[in-house]
Design a protein around this ligand. Structure first.
Ligand SMILES: [Zn+2]
Length: 72
């Protein structure tokens, strides 16, 4: 299993208000969601260093940056 690169390791401690690190590239379109607690936005990112997949979720109840998968 490939290790996360250093920026991805640091991304794990990032919060909802923090930006993606410089090697994270957005994949596809952002998804705009409406729920009873308000509108939010989800966006997938892939790291150009280590291949890790991240989900950014702007929902108030979310921690923001969720690691979905690391490279195989
Ligand atoms: Zn990475």
């Amino acid at each position: 299993m490939v290790q996360l690169c250093r920026p991805c390791i640091q991304q794990k401690s990032k919060r909802r208000r923090d930006p993606p690190h410089s090697r994270l590239k957005a994949i596809g379109e952002a998804r705009h969601l409406n729920s009873h607690i308000g509108a939010s936005r989800e966006q997938d990112y892939q790291c150009q260093n280590c291949g890790a997949i991240w989900l950014y979720d702007s929902d108030k109840g979310s921690s923001g940056w969720l690691l979905m998968a690391s490279a195989t």
